[in-house]
Design a protein around this ligand. Structure first.
Ligand code: 5GP
Ligand code: MN
Length: 336
């Protein structure tokens, strides 16, 4: 581990820096990464944002998006940048398995690894940690890091503010989850004062769907929604053929699980999707119900209490059955 003052000293002269974030980056992953990027380049650092995989089109408008390197599309270049980096910022994840092959490569480098994250149970791979599970988003922690640890509020320009606002907005469910505390609202207000156009960001992220996505959503709600009243649970499942029929791209399935959770009385919602290599589960819950516990115990995953995910090596039908078979174990919590 290194101290804050050692990190500050390191950051006081131009360094080669890599910022990376989790597999299939979401709004917080990209918002926190590009927010930190827009801050660090002002200090004269040579900074690269490397994502393990591609990410949704509705995030491609973010400032400096064209500078992002997608590992799977530029493996050699990514590995070279990682090898040359003096500092590697790891944002919005806390186990190296969340960044695929890049993870073990990063573990083996000499670089100072800085974790900025809000997920439970961090793995011990970092040299400096700005970690708080009460933060609604990694972007909130990047804001806190820049303002309160590095004393650089003056460097939060419009690009930084726009990216950080995007991360906070998306990970807090547009400021409606319990994690959206009064502090988060204050930070959002600061970011608006510093140049974030909240109405425009909301429009670019949420009112930017393809026609296919909307028709696919209609299909899911009409034909694929299963409600299990006995356990206050709703499931939407989709197979590979349906994804093909609707030409579903990365990000098009984002948020569909929330429709299942929006039904009166539903405490647990699952979106189960047959991807090319595996079956992926996205769980959402209300109140105290621990969606992350199910993901961790049964689906090699994890996440937050109310938003978690995991994978299954079984086929789609067996995964759905396996998920249903778990519900009786949680009956008392689901029917309260
Ligand atoms: P989503 O359902 O949107 O893919 O993921 C919701 C949350 O669950 C993410 O923010 C992340 O914390 C967690 N999550 C999703 N998939 C996985 C996974 O495969 N492994 C782990 N450990 N966490 C996951
Ligand atoms: Mn996050």
């Amino acid at each position: 581990m290194i101290s804050l003052s050692e990190l500050k000293t390191l950051l006081s002269t131009p360094q080669k820096i890599v910022i990376t974030t989790h597999h299939k980056p979401d709004g917080d992953a990209m918002g926190s990464s590009l927010g930190l990027y827009a801050y660090l380049i002002q200090k004269g650092h040579h900074v690269s944002v490397i994502t393990p995989t591609d990410y949704p089109d509705f995030l491609h408008w973010l400032p400096n998006n064209s500078d992002v390197i997608v590992y799977t599309e530029a493996v050699d270049k990514s590995l070279q940048l990682v090898d040359e980096a003096a500092i590697i910022f790891c944002l919005d994840f806390n186990t190296l398995s969340r960044i695929n092959e890049l993870g073990e490569h990063i573990r083996g480098t000499e670089a100072i690894k800085v974790m900025i994250d809000h997920h439970l149970e961090p793995e011990d791979f970092d040299d400096f940690r700005h970690w708080n599970i009460n933060a609604c988003a990694a972007a909130q922690l990047v804001y806190d890091f820049i303002v309160n640890e590095l004393d650089d509020v003056a460097l939060i320009n419009k690009d930084v503010a726009t990216c950080l606002y995007t991360g906070i907005m998306t990970d807090s469910g547009s400021f409606r989850f319990p994690s959206a505390t009064s502090l988060v609202y204050r930070i959002a207000a600061d970011l608006i004062d510093l140049g974030a156009e909240h109405w425009r960001i909301h429009q670019l992220v949420y009112d930017n769907a393809s026609e296919n996505r909307l028709r696919f959503l209609g299909h899911c709600l009409t034909n694929k929604l299963e409600i299990i009243r006995e356990f206050n649970t709703a499931i939407i499942s989709v197979n590979a053929q349906e994804l093909k029929d609707y030409q579903i791209a990365t990000g098009d399935t984002e948020g569909i699980v929330n429709y299942a959770l929006s039904i009166n009385g539903i405490k647990l919602a699952a979106f189960i999707i047959e991807r090319t290599d595996k079956v992926k589960l996205s769980l959402r819950s209300t109140g105290d119900f621990p969606a992350n516990e199910i993901c961790k115990k049964y689906f090699d995953g994890g996440g937050h209490r109310n938003a978690a995910g995991g994978v299954s090596e079984q086929d789609l039908a067996s995964t759905i059955e396996a998920f249903k078979a778990i519900l009786p174990e949680y009956k008392t919590q689901l029917i309260q």
